[in-house]
Write a protein that binds this ligand. Structure first.
Ligand code: CDP
Length: 215
Protein backbone atom coordinates (compact mmCIF):
# COMPACT_ATOMS: atom_id res chain seq x y z
CA UNK A 1 0.00 0.00 0.00
CA UNK A 2 1.43 3.36 -1.08
CA UNK A 3 0.12 6.65 0.36
CA UNK A 4 0.72 9.83 -1.66
CA UNK A 5 -0.35 13.11 -0.06
CA UNK A 6 0.23 16.76 -0.82
CA UNK A 7 -1.34 20.08 -1.76
CA UNK A 8 -3.16 21.02 -4.98
CA UNK A 9 -1.17 20.60 -8.20
CA UNK A 10 1.95 19.38 -6.37
CA UNK A 11 2.25 16.51 -8.82
CA UNK A 12 0.86 13.88 -6.45
CA UNK A 13 -1.74 12.61 -8.94
CA UNK A 14 0.82 12.13 -11.70
CA UNK A 15 3.20 10.45 -9.27
CA UNK A 16 0.47 8.15 -7.96
CA UNK A 17 -0.46 7.16 -11.52
CA UNK A 18 3.19 6.49 -12.41
CA UNK A 19 3.75 4.43 -9.25
CA UNK A 20 0.63 2.40 -10.01
CA UNK A 21 1.97 1.62 -13.49
CA UNK A 22 5.48 0.79 -12.24
CA UNK A 23 4.35 -1.54 -9.47
CA UNK A 24 1.22 -2.89 -11.17
CA UNK A 25 -1.14 -1.46 -8.53
CA UNK A 26 -4.61 0.10 -8.89
CA UNK A 27 -4.75 3.83 -8.08
CA UNK A 28 -7.47 5.82 -6.31
CA UNK A 29 -7.49 9.61 -6.63
CA UNK A 30 -9.37 10.35 -3.41
CA UNK A 31 -9.77 14.01 -4.38
CA UNK A 32 -12.39 12.83 -6.87
CA UNK A 33 -14.56 11.61 -3.98
CA UNK A 34 -14.64 15.08 -2.41
CA UNK A 35 -15.08 16.71 -5.82
CA UNK A 36 -18.08 14.45 -6.48
CA UNK A 37 -19.63 15.24 -3.09
CA UNK A 38 -19.18 18.98 -3.70
CA UNK A 39 -20.71 18.82 -7.17
CA UNK A 40 -23.62 16.58 -6.06
CA UNK A 41 -24.38 18.81 -3.07
CA UNK A 42 -24.46 21.87 -5.29
CA UNK A 43 -26.58 20.12 -7.94
CA UNK A 44 -29.09 19.13 -5.25
CA UNK A 45 -29.44 22.84 -4.44
CA UNK A 46 -28.03 22.40 -0.93
CA UNK A 47 -25.57 24.69 0.81
CA UNK A 48 -21.96 23.48 0.91
CA UNK A 49 -21.93 24.52 4.57
CA UNK A 50 -24.79 22.09 5.31
CA UNK A 51 -22.85 19.18 6.80
CA UNK A 52 -25.88 16.85 6.86
CA UNK A 53 -26.72 17.45 3.19
CA UNK A 54 -23.10 16.96 2.08
CA UNK A 55 -22.77 13.82 4.22
CA UNK A 56 -25.97 12.44 2.66
CA UNK A 57 -24.46 12.97 -0.82
CA UNK A 58 -21.27 11.21 0.33
CA UNK A 59 -23.25 8.27 1.69
CA UNK A 60 -24.83 7.47 -1.68
CA UNK A 61 -21.78 8.10 -3.85
CA UNK A 62 -20.84 5.24 -6.19
CA UNK A 63 -17.60 4.52 -8.09
CA UNK A 64 -19.19 5.07 -11.52
CA UNK A 65 -19.93 8.70 -10.59
CA UNK A 66 -16.21 9.46 -10.44
CA UNK A 67 -15.71 9.49 -14.23
CA UNK A 68 -17.73 12.69 -14.73
CA UNK A 69 -15.48 15.29 -16.50
CA UNK A 70 -17.29 18.00 -14.49
CA UNK A 71 -15.27 16.82 -11.48
CA UNK A 72 -12.03 17.98 -13.10
CA UNK A 73 -12.95 21.66 -13.34
CA UNK A 74 -11.54 24.49 -11.31
CA UNK A 75 -14.95 25.10 -9.72
CA UNK A 76 -15.20 21.47 -8.58
CA UNK A 77 -11.85 21.76 -6.77
CA UNK A 78 -13.21 24.66 -4.76
CA UNK A 79 -16.49 22.84 -3.98
CA UNK A 80 -14.46 19.79 -2.89
CA UNK A 81 -12.38 21.67 -0.37
CA UNK A 82 -15.51 23.28 1.09
CA UNK A 83 -17.29 19.97 1.74
CA UNK A 84 -14.02 18.30 2.80
CA UNK A 85 -14.02 20.33 6.05
CA UNK A 86 -17.05 18.37 7.32
CA UNK A 87 -16.19 15.44 9.55
CA UNK A 88 -19.38 13.55 8.63
CA UNK A 89 -18.47 13.79 4.94
CA UNK A 90 -15.00 12.39 5.66
CA UNK A 91 -16.47 9.59 7.79
CA UNK A 92 -18.94 8.64 5.04
CA UNK A 93 -16.05 8.27 2.57
CA UNK A 94 -13.87 6.16 4.88
CA UNK A 95 -15.18 2.72 4.05
CA UNK A 96 -14.82 3.18 0.28
CA UNK A 97 -11.19 4.24 0.74
CA UNK A 98 -10.39 1.44 3.23
CA UNK A 99 -11.87 -1.20 0.92
CA UNK A 100 -9.79 0.11 -1.98
CA UNK A 101 -6.61 0.33 0.13
CA UNK A 102 -6.94 -3.17 1.57
CA UNK A 103 -7.52 -5.08 -1.66
CA UNK A 104 -5.27 -8.09 -2.28
CA UNK A 105 -1.99 -7.17 -3.92
CA UNK A 106 -2.03 -3.59 -2.67
CA UNK A 107 -3.02 -0.18 -4.02
CA UNK A 108 -1.91 3.42 -4.39
CA UNK A 109 -4.10 6.18 -2.89
CA UNK A 110 -3.47 9.88 -3.33
CA UNK A 111 -5.02 12.71 -1.33
CA UNK A 112 -4.49 14.91 1.72
CA UNK A 113 -4.89 12.51 4.66
CA UNK A 114 -3.96 9.08 3.32
CA UNK A 115 -0.76 8.68 5.35
CA UNK A 116 -2.20 10.35 8.45
CA UNK A 117 -5.83 9.16 8.75
CA UNK A 118 -6.90 6.71 6.04
CA UNK A 119 -3.86 4.37 6.06
CA UNK A 120 -1.56 5.39 8.91
CA UNK A 121 0.09 1.94 8.68
CA UNK A 122 0.97 2.27 4.98
CA UNK A 123 4.49 0.87 4.48
CA UNK A 124 5.34 3.55 1.90
CA UNK A 125 4.32 7.20 2.34
CA UNK A 126 5.19 10.22 0.24
CA UNK A 127 4.38 13.86 0.84
CA UNK A 128 4.65 15.71 -2.46
CA UNK A 129 5.08 19.49 -2.50
CA UNK A 130 6.16 22.38 -4.75
CA UNK A 131 6.05 26.16 -4.37
CA UNK A 132 2.61 27.77 -4.76
CA UNK A 133 3.86 29.62 -7.88
CA UNK A 134 4.97 26.46 -9.66
CA UNK A 135 1.80 24.64 -8.64
CA UNK A 136 -0.32 27.51 -9.95
CA UNK A 137 1.57 27.44 -13.25
CA UNK A 138 0.97 23.69 -13.63
CA UNK A 139 -2.70 23.97 -12.74
CA UNK A 140 -3.12 26.96 -15.09
CA UNK A 141 -1.65 24.96 -18.00
CA UNK A 142 -3.81 21.95 -17.13
CA UNK A 143 -6.97 24.10 -17.09
CA UNK A 144 -6.01 25.72 -20.41
CA UNK A 145 -5.62 22.21 -21.83
CA UNK A 146 -9.16 21.40 -20.65
CA UNK A 147 -10.44 24.53 -22.41
CA UNK A 148 -10.98 26.61 -19.25
CA UNK A 149 -9.97 30.24 -19.68
CA UNK A 150 -8.64 31.65 -16.42
CA UNK A 151 -5.95 34.14 -15.35
CA UNK A 152 -2.77 32.79 -13.73
CA UNK A 153 -3.25 35.15 -10.76
CA UNK A 154 -6.69 33.71 -10.06
CA UNK A 155 -5.32 30.17 -10.10
CA UNK A 156 -2.56 31.19 -7.66
CA UNK A 157 -5.21 32.75 -5.45
CA UNK A 158 -7.27 29.49 -5.59
CA UNK A 159 -4.22 27.48 -4.60
CA UNK A 160 -3.35 29.69 -1.64
CA UNK A 161 -6.96 29.69 -0.40
CA UNK A 162 -7.21 25.92 -0.74
CA UNK A 163 -3.87 25.33 1.04
CA UNK A 164 -5.08 27.48 3.94
CA UNK A 165 -8.48 25.76 4.14
CA UNK A 166 -7.12 22.20 3.76
CA UNK A 167 -4.29 22.76 6.22
CA UNK A 168 -6.33 24.74 8.73
CA UNK A 169 -9.44 22.57 9.13
CA UNK A 170 -10.06 20.53 12.28
CA UNK A 171 -11.07 17.30 10.50
CA UNK A 172 -8.05 15.49 9.05
CA UNK A 173 -6.04 18.61 8.14
CA UNK A 174 -3.54 18.32 5.31
CA UNK A 175 -0.19 17.66 6.93
CA UNK A 176 2.85 15.52 6.34
CA UNK A 177 2.83 12.27 8.35
CA UNK A 178 5.99 12.10 10.47
CA UNK A 179 7.08 8.97 8.58
CA UNK A 180 6.28 10.30 5.08
CA UNK A 181 9.17 11.04 2.73
CA UNK A 182 9.11 14.62 1.48
CA UNK A 183 9.35 14.98 -2.30
CA UNK A 184 9.68 18.57 -3.50
CA UNK A 185 8.89 18.62 -7.23
CA UNK A 186 9.44 22.38 -7.74
CA UNK A 187 12.50 21.92 -9.95
CA UNK A 188 11.79 18.40 -11.18
CA UNK A 189 10.46 17.18 -14.51
CA UNK A 190 7.71 14.55 -14.38
CA UNK A 191 10.30 11.89 -15.25
CA UNK A 192 12.65 12.98 -12.47
CA UNK A 193 9.82 13.20 -9.92
CA UNK A 194 8.51 9.74 -10.87
CA UNK A 195 12.01 8.33 -10.59
CA UNK A 196 12.52 9.88 -7.15
CA UNK A 197 9.15 8.48 -6.05
CA UNK A 198 10.11 5.01 -7.30
CA UNK A 199 13.32 5.11 -5.26
CA UNK A 200 11.40 6.15 -2.13
CA UNK A 201 8.95 3.26 -2.58
CA UNK A 202 11.71 0.74 -3.27
CA UNK A 203 13.60 1.83 -0.14
CA UNK A 204 10.37 1.55 1.89
CA UNK A 205 9.79 -1.92 0.49
CA UNK A 206 13.28 -3.07 1.54
CA UNK A 207 12.69 -1.73 5.07
CA UNK A 208 9.24 -3.33 5.23
CA UNK A 209 10.50 -6.73 4.08
CA UNK A 210 13.41 -6.62 6.54
CA UNK A 211 10.99 -5.78 9.38
CA UNK A 212 8.70 -8.66 8.33
CA UNK A 213 11.63 -11.09 8.20
CA UNK A 214 12.74 -9.99 11.69
CA UNK A 215 9.25 -10.67 13.14
O1 CDP B 1 -6.03 18.05 -7.81
P1 CDP B 1 -6.11 18.93 -6.63
O2 CDP B 1 -5.00 18.72 -5.70
O3 CDP B 1 -6.41 20.34 -6.96
O4 CDP B 1 -7.40 18.54 -5.84
P2 CDP B 1 -7.91 17.14 -5.36
O5 CDP B 1 -6.78 16.25 -4.94
O6 CDP B 1 -8.85 16.62 -6.36
O7 CDP B 1 -8.69 17.55 -4.02
C1 CDP B 1 -9.71 18.51 -4.03
C2 CDP B 1 -10.00 18.89 -2.59
O8 CDP B 1 -10.55 17.75 -1.92
C3 CDP B 1 -8.82 19.31 -1.75
O9 CDP B 1 -8.56 20.70 -1.82
C4 CDP B 1 -9.23 18.88 -0.34
O10 CDP B 1 -9.99 19.86 0.30
C5 CDP B 1 -10.12 17.69 -0.57
N1 CDP B 1 -9.47 16.41 -0.29
C6 CDP B 1 -9.39 16.01 1.02
O11 CDP B 1 -9.79 16.73 1.93
N2 CDP B 1 -8.87 14.79 1.34
C7 CDP B 1 -8.40 13.97 0.39
N3 CDP B 1 -7.91 12.78 0.73
C8 CDP B 1 -8.46 14.37 -0.97
C9 CDP B 1 -8.98 15.62 -1.27
Amino acid sequence: MIAVDGPAASGKGTIATRLGAMFGLPVLDTGLLYRAVGVLTQRAGDSLDDEGAAAAAAAILTADQLDDPALRTRAAGELASRVAVHRRVRDALLEFQHTFARQDGGAVLDGRDIGTVICPDAPAKLYVTATPQVRAERRWKQLQGQGETVAYGDVLEDIRRRDARDGGRDAAPMTRAPDAQLLDTTDLTIEAAADAARRIVEAARVRWEAAKAAD
